[in-house]
Design a protein around this ligand. Structure first.
Ligand SMILES: *[C@@H]1O[C@H](CO)[C@@H](O)[C@H](O)[C@H]1NC(C)=O
Ligand SMILES: *[C@@H]1O[C@H](CO)[C@@H](O)[C@H](O)[C@H]1NC(C)=O
Length: 395
């Protein structure tokens, strides 16, 4: 309970004779002892009052109160002394002893003097409190400012993140768009390459099918014709024919010149490829067969002929003549299937439609010594022959 350690000093040490020149240290030592005594009385009376419920509190109060008064007086005296000697750093030995004793007493008995400051100081702290309040206000303001700045920073960060995300979204969309465009570009490129490939193949086919001169004629009766350069001359009067290469669904032009015209039957046109063998056998015009067509150049005939049927006699075409340049242009493509004739650069009135595919061009001349000079066969991208209004549809 009692934490204060006291040095018990007998009261006899107080020497009245020395009161003229009071030894402060000695007096303090005596007072220290007295304080211990007073404190003990107060403590023991307090403990008695708690032990015995029926103790006389008024009496007890007066005793502790008187002890308390005594202690208060001593405290005041000690604090007075402390005021005089305290704070002297380079004090003499005697003063140091006093300081030591006063300090010890304050620590032992008057802690409250240290713990609760005197009124004057409370006043100044009151003023300080105002300053402190201002300081705290300022501090709070500073904190608010800091918080506000932090919030602003947070907002900025948020905005920045949003911008970043938007930017990312934009980039993403851009990438997707770019990817899509690349994909389309790729498709276009592939399409372009396919188209090029197709064109290359066509070109190749055209080159393959393009034949100069006599090479354009693939089939003929060797005992009925002589071939000199690109000129085929009939050596026998009969119905033998010259047949070109076979063509599929393409646009193709066959060109030759009537080298020597002999006025007799002279038929030119085309025939379905699979009918050539049959045509060689029959003793008739090749166009007497179904799926074959021809013009007759004999001057007084000049008819169109197909499936043994004549039409447009006298007006289907021009009469043949030596040196006449003849062009047959066939369009074997689906939906076209036409055959046109041009003589000396003039497209003739009759043209055939519904021609068979594949087919071979054919020239059938009866007379001995009649001759033709073959120029070429060539595959074209588009037909070039304009004109021809009388349509003869093949059966
Ligand atoms: C306490 O003391 C007072 C006077 O000092 C007296 O009047 C009172 O009766 C006493 N009470 C008891 C409980 O002893
Ligand atoms: C064919 O021509 C040759 C010489 O050019 C000639 O001798 C012959 O009589 C001619 N034949 C006919 C049938 O005209």
């Amino acid at each position: 309970m009692q934490t204060v350690r006291c040095r018990h000093q007998p009261l006899t040490h107080l020497d009245e004779s020395e009161s003229e020149s009071v030894d402060v240290v000695e007096t303090l030592v005596v007072l220290d002892g007295l304080c211990c005594g007073l404190s003990e009385v107060i403590e023991s009376e307090k403990s008695k009052s708690t032990d015995q419920d029926n103790s006389n509190e008024t009496d007890l109060f007066s005793l502790t109160r008187r002890c308390g008064f005594a202690l208060a007086r001593i405290e005041k005296a000690v604090l007075d002394v402390e005021k005089r000697v305290g704070g002297q750093r380079n004090a003499d030995t005697k003063t140091k002893e006093v300081q030591h004793q006063v300090g010890g007493m304050i620590v032992r008995h008057f802690r409250s003097s240290i713990q609760s400051p005197p009124e004057k100081e409370i006043g100044s702290i009151g003023i300080d409190l105002a300053a402190l309040r201002r300081e705290m206000e300022a501090e709070r303001e500073k904190e608010k400012e800091t918080a506000r700045k932090a919030e602003e920073e947070r907002q900025r960060e948020f905005s920045r993140k949003m911008r970043e995300m938007e930017e990312m979204k934009r980039m993403n969309e851009k990438w997707i768009e770019e990817g899509r465009q690349r994909e389309e570009e790729k498709k276009r490129e592939e399409e372009r390459q396919r188209e090029e490939e197709r064109k290359r193949n066509e070109e190749e086919e055209r080159r393959r099918m393009k034949k100069e001169g006599a090479a354009a004629i693939e089939l003929f009766a060797r005992n009925k014709f002589t071939l000199s350069g690109n000129v085929f001359t009939k050596t026998f009067s009969d119905l033998s024919s010259l047949f070109s290469l076979s063509f599929g669904p393409v646009v193709v032009r066959f060109t030759f010149v009537i080298k020597k015209w002999v006025t007799n039957n002279f038929q030119l046109g085309l025939i379905s490829t699979d009918l050539v063998e049959q045509a060689k056998q029959i003793q008739n015009f090749f166009s007497s067969l179904k799926r074959a067509a021809s013009w007759e150049l004999y001057p007084s005939h000049r008819y169109a002929h197909q499936n043994c049927l004549q039409s447009h006699a006298g007006s289907a075409c021009k009469a043949g003549a030596s040196g006449q340049r003849v062009v047959l242009e066939a369009d074997g493509r689906e939906g076209k299937r036409t055959l046109k004739l041009s003589q000396d650069g003039e497209t003739q009135p009759v043209f055939f439609s519904n021609i068979p595919v594949p087919f071979r061009f054919a020239i059938q001349m009866w007379a001995t010594n009649a001759s033709v000079e073959i120029v070429s066969t060539e595959v074209l991208r588009e037909p070039s022959m304009v004109g021809g209004s009388l349509e003869v549809v093949l059966d």
